[in-house]
Design a protein around this ligand. Structure first.
Ligand code: CTP
Ligand code: MG
Length: 226
């Protein structure tokens, strides 16, 4: 089986509030999405990388690396739709038992070392695996006026990549009915009653969401530059 990367990059970056989608903002002189693609292209374990963008995306062709990346212009209304559309477009191209590593375009701090850790530690786990970080803060739940402290034992923050066999991921996303409940791929697999493996990620693999995240991402990129 091969390891294939699938990168949803069809979002508009509403919370970033920039004039172009956040995946095209410059980080240390390179577009965010190019950092993300370069992580997969530089990994010897990844056979090929597919990036899902909107049908009318005007920028992608000018930023993809010379080799190893194919653009799929099948972006959907939600992240889940973009991933599902990408998988559908790869029907007949990927094998049922190929591993698909789904990774947010907006996580430019990924690198070949973290990709390898995920693949090695997930191994042949039947439910797949994902990078995640143990919660370090004290967590509160506030509903109406009720406030409670949630024990953080066993709590993790999901990152990406999240890797699953092609046939399992497709089945999980096809069965998912409410896209608002499915904010990552693992939750769709969990809804089938399976428990993906959590593999410790790293803070440098943060998701760039708000304007303040740009500065943090640039600091990590500078500190971990290959
Ligand atoms: N994404 C996508 N298709 C969508 C929505 C999101 O491919 N319809 C992608 C984004 O491009 C991003 C990843 O999913 O790489 C994670 O989503 P998020 O961080 O929420 O990005 P945006 O949806 O662009 O940001 P926002 O929610 O603030 O609008
Ligand atoms: Mg979003």
């Amino acid at each position: 089986a091969r390891y294939i990367a699938l990168i949803p990059a069809a979002g508009v970056g509403a919370r970033m509030g920039a004039t172009s989608p956040k995946q095209y903002l410059q980080l240390g002189g390179k577009p965010m999405l190019r950092h993300t693609l370069d992580a997969f292209v530089s990994s010897p374990l990844i056979s090929h990388t597919y990036v899902v963008v909107s049908a009318d995306d005007p920028i992608i062709d000018s930023i993809i690396p010379a080799q190893g990346v194919t653009v799929l212009r099948h972006g959907g209304a939600s992240r889940m739709d973009s991933v599902r559309n990408g998988l559908l477009a790869l029907h007949g191209i990927l094998h049922e038992d190929d591993w698909v590593l789904v990774h947010d375009a907006a996580r430019p701090g990924l690198d070949a070392e973290l990709i390898e850790r995920l693949i090695v530690e997930t191994g042949e786990h039947p439910a797949g695996g994902l990078l995640a970080l143990p919660v370090v803060d004290t967590v509160k739940r506030c509903v109406a006026d009720e406030v409670a402290t949630v024990a953080r034992d066993g709590l993790w923050l999901a990152q990406t990549p999240q890797m699953f066999r092609y046939h399992l991921l497709y089945r999980a996303l096809d069965a998912a009915t409410d896209p608002s409940m499915i904010t990552d791929d693992a939750s769709a697999v969990e809804a089938l009653g399976l428990a993906p493996k959590l593999v410790e990620g790293h803070p440098r693999n943060l998701k760039v969401t708000l304007p303040a995240d740009i500065l943090i991402a640039e600091m990590y990129l500078a500190a971990y530059a290959p």
